[in-house]
Design a protein around this ligand. Structure first.
Ligand code: ZN
Length: 313
């Protein structure tokens, strides 16, 4: 147990962030099977689709069809990711989305590439999305993308992220997420940024979204939770990122995060065996081994000893 915390909430992002960069289109039925399996494993909050221009993200073109097939569950919060009012209208119109997830980007260059807006424009758009969610009787939250570094502009200053968080908080989101979109963050940086936001916005719920591109994902999760973050995004199998970019890696892996937290005395509400079974099923759908590590390893230290690691010292 760390920082007095006994549990964290996990948000499953495999159906959206996990799949969206896959070049081969995944069948709607397989997306729904993934969602069913995540719920059976205990997931109660999930990004199920992104309501963006299908020409920009073809993998998400079936967002409405996915929503139509969602299991009717009062105990599961389905999140639709939206970039603007048009996306919000689409998500609300499905009648199946419980929460709109808006995105603001910390730098102008990335904001232009991602959603054809300046960084400030993306803050305004997110505030509008949050207002639309509230008007429609849903909840709205927002993620600050590239909060730990930008693929175009490099370092992102803490002051910029804090200013965005303060402006976004005025719109009344139920939570603010900090995303390390390109996986450059490190634990010291996470501790610094989360600590500052907690001081500036002590009552705001915080969520973190890490990619494991440089192997710092799990350390960043642990650090964020120790700093008081209540919610962690993760993707079954560690799916996500671009499979065609050398060195690119996916989201932090749900099974790996669950293994780390649960063995550290922090409950996640998720069943590791079910997640590992889902990893196996998903690997079959994708036709490749997924990056997550726990699913490929023996489950207990004792099993590791009996599989012959001892001679390696
Ligand atoms: Zn991501």
């Amino acid at each position: 147990m760390i920082a007095g915390r006994h549990s964290v909430e996990m948000v499953e992002v495999a159906p959206r962030d996990g799949l969206q960069n896959e070049k081969a289109l995944i069948a709607t039925a397989d997306k729904l099977e993934l969602i069913h399996r995540a719920i059976r494993a205990g997931s109660r909050r999930m990004e199920v689709a992104s309501f963006v221009n299908p020409r920009a993200v073809p993998q998400m073109a079936d967002a409405e069809a996915v929503c139509e097939g969602l299991p009717s569950r009062d105990d599961v919060t389905y999140i639709g990711l939206v970039m603007n009012a048009r996306g919000a209208q689409r998500a609300i119109a499905t009648g199946r989305i419980d929460q709109l997830g808006a995105v603001s980007v910390a730098t102008d260059t990335f904001a232009m590439a991602n959603q054809k807006q300046t960084s400030d424009g993306s803050v305004d758009a997110a505030r509008e999305v949050i207002a639309m969610a509230r008007q429609a009787g849903l909840t709205g939250q927002v993620t600050i993308a590239a909060a730990f570094g930008c693929p175009f502009e490099g370092e992102v200053g803490e002051d910029r992220v804090i200013a965005m968080a303060l402006a976004l908080a005025e719109a009344g989101p139920v939570e603010i997420g900090l995303a390390d979109t390109i996986g450059v963050g490190n634990p010291a940086q996470v501790a610094g940024l989360v600590g500052r936001i907690r001081r500036e916005l002590p009552d705001m719920a915080l969520r973190v979204h890490f990619h494991n591109t440089r192997g710092t994902g799990l350390a960043n999760v642990w650090t964020a939770v120790a700093q008081g973050v209540s919610t962690v995004d993760a993707s079954i199998g560690g799916l996500g990122g671009c499979p065609f970019a050398p060195g690119a890696a996916g989201n932090v892996c749900t099974e790996d995060v669950v293994y780390m937290l649960e063995r550290g005395g922090i409950a996640t509400g998720l069943d590791l065996d079910s997640l590992i079974a889902t990893n196996g099923w998903l690997a079959g759908v994708m036709g490749r081994t997924l990056p997550g590590m726990v699913a490929r390893a023996p489950r207990s230290p004792k099993q590791s000893a009996s599989t012959g690691c001892l001679e390696n010292g």
